[in-house]
Design a protein around this ligand. Structure first.
Ligand code: CU
Length: 159
């Protein structure tokens, strides 16, 4: 019993050690560090961020996404409406040839609509991304507090 407990604890520690950097690959695409902010227990929507890098000579397009934790997943961006930033749904998100698109706070993001359950901090939950060329890419989204690097990414997105 106690050795099982030790095993379980070290697995958890190992898990948290690699949370800060995890990457996924699909075709010519790299998906870097999918993450989401921890949510209050009453939350009905969630937001997911990551960076997509396209290593090929042709553009790819993120068409849609889905997750077992929510009824649907939408692609959103922020647009300026007077002094207000408002979210707008996108039909698709183009990943330029040899380009990079970052989904980050204040910019593009995936919106988890009608959560079936609220993912907990420290947990990873599955999201499948559907790309026109790369096809399906399954990623695990780490639930964690925003870090300095995320804020830097967000600022890059505003160039
Ligand atoms: Cu949104």
């Amino acid at each position: 019993m106690s050795s099982l407990k030790v095993l379980f604890t070290s697995a958890l520690l190992l898990g948290s050690a690699v949370v800060s950097a995890h990457d996924y690959h699909g075709g010519a695409l790299d998906i870097a560090h999918p993450w989401a902010r921890p949510l209050p227990p009453v939350a009905t929507v969630g937001v997911t961020y990551f960076t997509v890098t396209n290593k090929s000579d042709t553009e790819d397009v993120l068409l849609s996404a889905e997750s077992s934790v929510s009824e649907t997943v939408e692609i959103h961006t922020h647009v300026k409406d007077g002094d207000m930033m408002k979210m707008r749904k996108l039909d698709e998100l183009v990943i330029p040839a040899h380009g990079e698109v970052t989904l980050a706070p204040g910019g593009h993001h995936l919106m988890l609509m009608n959560l079936k359950r609220v993912p907990l901090e420290g947990e990873r939950f599955p999201v499948t991304l559907y790309f026109k060329k790369a096809g399906n890419v399954a990623v695990e989204v780490a639930v964690e507090q925003p870090k300095a690097t995320h804020n830097e990414e967000a600022q890059h997105g505003h160039h």
